[in-house]
Design a binder for this molecule. Sequence first.
Ligand code: FE
Ligand code: FE
Ligand code: ZN
Length: 276
Amino acid sequence: MFRIGCHISASGGYLAMGKRIDALGGNTFAFFTRNPRGGAAKDIDQGDVDAFLAFCREKDIDRIVAHAPYTLNPCAEKDYVREFALNTFADDLKRMEYTPGQYYNFHPGSHVGQGLEVGIEKIAETLNAVLFPEMTTTVLLETMAGKGSEVGVRFEQLRAIMDRVTLSEKLGVCLDTCHIWDAGYDIVGDLDGVLTAFDKAVGLDRLKAVHLNNTKNDLGVAKDRHEKLPDGKIPLEAIKRIVTHPALEKLPFILETPNDEAGYAAEIALVRQLHG
Ligand code: FE
Ligand code: FE
Ligand code: ZN
């Protein structure tokens, strides 16, 4: 089954999200587990979750890719920022178990001048503190563009984090096409080469989801500015090669392009057409 969807608002709860993505023509989606700027999450209503899971079975929605708040920085320098990351992460992983076997995606973090090595150590330390043996969720490290002091830009950095995590079988990677392009991976000119590099560094079996975005920037500028699929620096032929590539085709594709709901519906239809 080909899975395409987009980032949607979490308002109204789980069943509302299921209906929202279905109305847009999607069969997978991402949402923020709480206000993206952080803070308390709403209580989960078991009845809402049950209705959502039944709706998903009916509509063949089998993959959701929750997104951690982007203020969550597991390798922050300040203790209170790292503590927020730890508490939020742990709480989100508990909440994810209401929808068993799904994905929770997070930005590895920014080392804010402490250096890459310290960043990698602290991220692994956070993961070792929050992952638990009984969890059914897979935690996805997102590939980053390299703006500021982001960690997780080169595939080897993701590997270095995973190697330091005891329950590393709970980890996977979410590949963001805007981010890796901005990071310097030429997915337009040499998609196979990029995927081979990923396979060597991390292993393609660890690749679980794709954030399908175009970019406003040229290759390698380390900026991270998403663009609508038809408008950015990545031509549609290259997007087509991505969504039809045998190593990627089975993964959920999530649009995080600057669109309103009508724009997302149109892009979901466009991707379906490109996939054929
Ligand atoms: Fe993200
Ligand atoms: Fe992303
Ligand atoms: Zn981004």
